[in-house]
Design a protein around this ligand. Structure first.
Ligand code: COI
Length: 357
């Protein structure tokens, strides 16, 4: 499929006004946006326009029933100044898995990749150079039929925004293992990157923040014992020299950084177990002095240290000076992204002299 994207450039770039030393996550958007429409059973009219507001009918179905999914990717820049994407094909696979779950149309891989590359090439001046910073890429799709009835929409919009960002969590995070609320149950939408999953996490996250924590550590819906994820990232535990991460059981987001970290460690001969793990097992390991480090992984979070986990009336605190595996993972991912080590696995995709119409 040959994808031709029509481009209208902004008349005046906001770039000169951006303070790259202060990039709070999610607040600064680049000059352009990508849009494609799905109607008559096909994706059409792919275009890049100056960033602007959208015209939305009040009966838009995404507003009422949340038929809306998204991805998070990052572009970095290597020493030669070439923009680099990290495993973009995995993001196409995942957005299409989310689309299937939410009764939305899949995106042809060529359209997704061409749209991402075109945005990144056009906005390459927006890619921050500092370690830990990147151009965050937000592909998303939402229903556009105007109908107040519960049914799948027949029309959709796919868009991409790009944002220069600093670290999502600038300092180690404190987690509260939630006993009252659940993020997802098997058979639900937890594995999809569906907008509503994040809306449902807001109240528990706010309660956690009121209690002095940064985020919720989700437990499973049935037994309220098995650790799932943090909602903004997957989670890893280093116990007695072994890395353990909850297995993807249908309720956990299949993180692309998660799968990359697993592969990086296995390649180094470090044992990684993907299996169910209970909050009680974590406390037992902690009491025995075997729980050495806890960290989250995600596109936005990259690798973020956890400094504490609270559950019921107990709290585990982790000494950041002992963290070692997480630093190893973070370093390798950052080095792959900025091209300072050889990418033997073919994960990094350059966006080099991308031809644009
Ligand atoms: C990402 O890591 O890209 C995400 O989508 C998480 C989001 C909460 C920022």
């Amino acid at each position: 499929m040959k994808v031709t994207i029509d481009i209208t450039r902004t008349k005046e770039s906001k770039l000169p006004s951006i303070d790259f030393s202060n990039l709070p996550f999610g607040k600064v958007l680049s000059d352009h946006m990508f849009i494609a429409d799905y109607k008559d059973n096909m994706w059409q009219n792919p275009r890049i326009l100056p960033l602007d507001t959208l015209d939305i009918h009040p009966a838009n179905m995404a507003l009422h029933y949340g038929q809306s999914i998204f991805e998070g990717m990052k572009a970095s820049i290597n020493k030669e100044g070439v923009p680099m994407l990290f495993r973009p094909e995995k993001h196409v696979e995942r957005i299409n898995a989310s689309a299937r779950r939410m009764c939305m149309p899949e995106l042809p891989e060529e359209l997704f990749i061409e749209a991402v590359k075109s945005m990144v090439w056009l906005e390459r001046g927006w890619i921050p150079k500092d370690e830990g910073s990147a151009l965050y890429i937000r592909p998303f799709m939402f229903a556009t039929d105007n109908f107040i009835g519960v049914a799948p929409s027949k029309t959709f919009t796919f868009m991409i925004l790009t944002l220069p960002v600093g670290p999502y969590y600038p300092k180690p995070v404190r987690l509260l293992a939630d006993e009252q609320y659940v993020r997802a149950a098997k058979g639900g939408t937890g594995e999809a990157k569906a907008a509503g999953n994040y809306a449902g996490s807001l109240l528990p996250a706010r309660i956690a923040q009121e209690k002095g924590f940064d985020q919720v550590l989700w437990l499973d819906a049935r037994y309220r014992k098995f650790v799932q994820e943090v909602g903004t990232m997957n989670i890893f535990f280093s116990i007695d020299g072994k890395l353990i991460t909850p297995s993807c059981d249908g309720a956990i987001l299949k993180g692309i950084t998660r799968m990359s970290i697993i592969e990086i460690f296995r390649d180094k001969g470090i044992e990684v177990e993907e299996r169910p793990i209970t909050i009680d097992e974590l406390f037992e390991a902690y009491d025995a002095g075997l729980l050495d480090e806890v960290f989250g992984s995600g596109t936005a979070a990259v690798v973020s240290h956890v400094s504490a986990i609270s559950y019921k009336d107990r709290i585990m605190q982790f000494d950041q000076n002992k963290f070692n595996l997480s630093l190893m993972a973070k370093k390798e991912i950052n080095q792959l992204r900025n091209g300072t080590i050889v990418d033997t696995r073919g994960w990094v995709v350059p966006v080099d002299n991308h031809v644009m119409v």
